[in-house]
Design a protein around this ligand. Structure first.
Ligand code: PEP
Length: 252
């Protein structure tokens, strides 16, 4: 079963428009494999420009949004809907990134609604899950991740769930320089795939791409991507440098 290989760059709240365009142009002019889906997640104001830059290029490049609101429109000052993100060229949306769960108190009810809005607008939700350090230290990480799957993703139908991409991001590894080892990440990815097979079926479990995120970089990507059940990466810090991002894309 061949799942999509994906490398996605989450720029978070970084870069000006000019810096964003320069980064995208440098990545586009580099040699990258056509069979890897490559996604830029810039801040909202640059989605349209980034989408226009990659539109002519194609070769598996896409643009995404780092978040969306759970309504399509309305009196929500400062928010951006999935529909609006789609209208400026986004094709993917990060849902439930740990920074949003922690800083914006996003819980399962909101996340379910956000995924629904994405699916209605033909956007691929990248559902982010992962335990915090105390959970890992208390050896509760499998239970925590299982609950994050059950409370949100497992509410979707067989037809919808297959459109979701999962990103396992242990929170203790995000932005800390501490990466999960290929063994630690691999056992969690296999666990996630098994839970999907148990709740739905093997065919669905084998079709869903599961990305690793958490201090993945040009040095460690190869070992992580070579690990069973790891289908690519969601990259934060290392996606801000074109050369690093390109070398991660070339790590399969
Ligand atoms: C992220 O924020 O999704 C992430 C993986 O960040 P970093 O690569 O910087 O740890």
């Amino acid at each position: 079963m061949s799942r999509k290989k994906i490398v996605a760059g989450n720029w978070k709240m970084n870069k000006t428009l000019q810096e964003a365009e320069a980064l995208v142009k440098e990545v586009l002019s580099s040699e990258t494999p056509g069979d890897v889906v490559k996604i830029f997640f810039p801040p909202f104001p640059y989605i349209n420009s980034v989408s226009n830059l990659i539109y002519d290029y194609q070769n598996g490049f896409h643009c995404g949004a780092q978040n969306c609101h759970y309504n399509d429109s309305g009196a929500f000052t400062g928010e951006v809907s999935a529909k609006a993100a789609a209208s400026v060229g986004a094709r993917y949306v990060l849902i439930g990134h740990s920074e949003r769960r922690i800083m914006h108190k996003e819980g399962p009810e909101f996340l379910k609604l956000k995924i629904s809005r994405c699916l209605e607008n033909n956007l691929v939700p990248v559902y982010c899950i992962g335990e915090m350090l105390p959970g890992r230290e208390a050896n509760k990480h499998f239970g925590i991740v299982e609950r994050q799957l059950e409370e949100v993703m497992f509410n979707f139908s067989v037809d919808d769930v297959r459109k979701i991409v999962v990103a396992y991001e242990p929170v203790w590894a995000i932005g800390t320089g501490k990466t999960a080892s290929p063994e630690e990440a691999g056992e969690m990815h296999s666990f996630i795939r098994n839970r999907i097979a148990h709740h739905y079926n093997e065919e669905i479990a084998n079709a869903i791409s599961i990305l690793y995120g958490g201090s993945c970089n040009a040095q460690n990507a190869k070992a992580l991507f070579a690990t069973k059940d790891i289908d690519g990466g969601l990259i934060g810090g290392a996606s801000l440098q074109a050369s690093d991002f390109v070398s991660i894309i070339n790590s399969f």
